[in-house]
Write a protein that binds this ligand. Sequence first.
Ligand code: ADP
Ligand code: GLC
Length: 472
Amino acid sequence: MEIIHVSAECYPVAKAGGLGDVVGALPKYQTNMGHNAKVVMPMYRTKFLYQNEWSVDFKGRSNLGDWWFDFTIIKEKHNKLGFDLYLVDIHGLLDREKIYGYDDDASRFTAFQIAVVNWISKWQHKPDVIHCHDHHTGLIPFMMKHCWDYNYLADIPTVFTIHNGQYQGWMTWDKSVLIPRWDSWKRGMLEWAGNINPLASAVKCAWKVTTVSWSYLDELKYNSNGLEALFEYEKGKCSGILNGIDAEVWDPATDSYIDNHFSIEDVDKGKEANKKLLCDQFNLDSDKPLFIFIGRLVGEKAADVLPDAILSSFYSFGDKVNFLILGSGESHVEWQLSQLKHSFPGRYNAVIGYNEKLSHLMYSGADFLLMPSRVEPCGLNQMYAMQYGTVPVVRDTGGLRDTVVDMGDFQGWGIRFNYATVGDITYSIWRGIDLYHENKEHLSWMRKRMMEIDNSWENAVQQYLNLYSSLR
Ligand code: ADP
Ligand code: GLC
């Protein structure tokens, strides 16, 4: 099958979070299974662009309202990522360093989507499926069905995967002129609650919709930032497919970012060595349990509760515990987490920023990973943690519910709690401290147990292939 993934992120070209990881891995495993998977994404000015060789695949011209633009699509020459990678260059809009966060993001991603459909409409053949990811690509199913210039593509199946339903790409109606000439009878296919809503439009127009875990799909029907009724109405075309993890990047036995490799047999020894390195580097005490948090410091991840939960743990459990935080996001949370460094030197540290290498060392050296997320469509951190024998301490929601079994349940290896509150988090930290100090043997058993779990992509890839096949 020829599968075209359209996405704003793809690791290692450009990544802001788990979407990048998934789009960097899924096509690779689809290709390994004998399919022809391609990724097309914007050409941001990232390191990957300058470090690789490219050939020009297509040059086109289109318009965003009354602004005409030229675009170029380049292809990576040496199949570096294990699939065909295409970047779309639009001067003035996509030639920036960051992926998101600009005032004109709506125009940037609308122009990107127009360029993609324009490009595919010029092919001599039709691909088997177009697979769009998140709201930045959510207008494509609409364009393929209801834009006069592109409805020749209407019979190509489209799949839309929701990695994060909180962000929907809302635009006011004056932006409707940016969308290529469309059938005005189909206005309802763009709209939700008085605005153009690309995520809602994709749910309405795509042939199939998937979410990245089963529990998250259920949750969307009662908690999806205003789209609850839509998910209830469209439930017939929606299904959940749990993400996998890329074992070529995330394997403690081969991980190129860490010095002390380990596998199930020597997990305790391997983790100890990595923990030592980490604690030396961040002035922490390697004899005490190390709790880490890695991620975006935003409300969805309940990062705002972390400072108080950490304070409460220090007040309740004294110096029995260490914390190390890596993340960036909302400035007041960044500030609070930085300030704690001054109050608790020797048992708390934080790195504000994004650091891929450090994240690997942290997964490999920590004892526990905190994920109190209010919303977690899948969550990759807990799966990486499990792969590295780090006990996940997670809120019972979305993909966290589908991947972590509490140590109090039969054969469980994690710690689960109900609410993103200081009380629940502190109590869960206590369970971890107690396990670490009082029951090292069981901790060692849990590490081995979680490392045995198969979170590889093969299973998910097969489910996607079955879904595509059902559409042909
Ligand atoms: P989300 O996509 O919602 O941010 P996921 O759990 O799916 O959450 O994926 C997050 C990914 O981003 C993981 O690969 C995690 O290691 C990585 N990550 C998040 N923040 C940072 C950071 N500050 N430094 C390094 N890696 C990070
Ligand atoms: C999103 C979600 C996260 C998920 C990731 C990859 O960023 O917030 O839970 O793991 O996408 O699907």
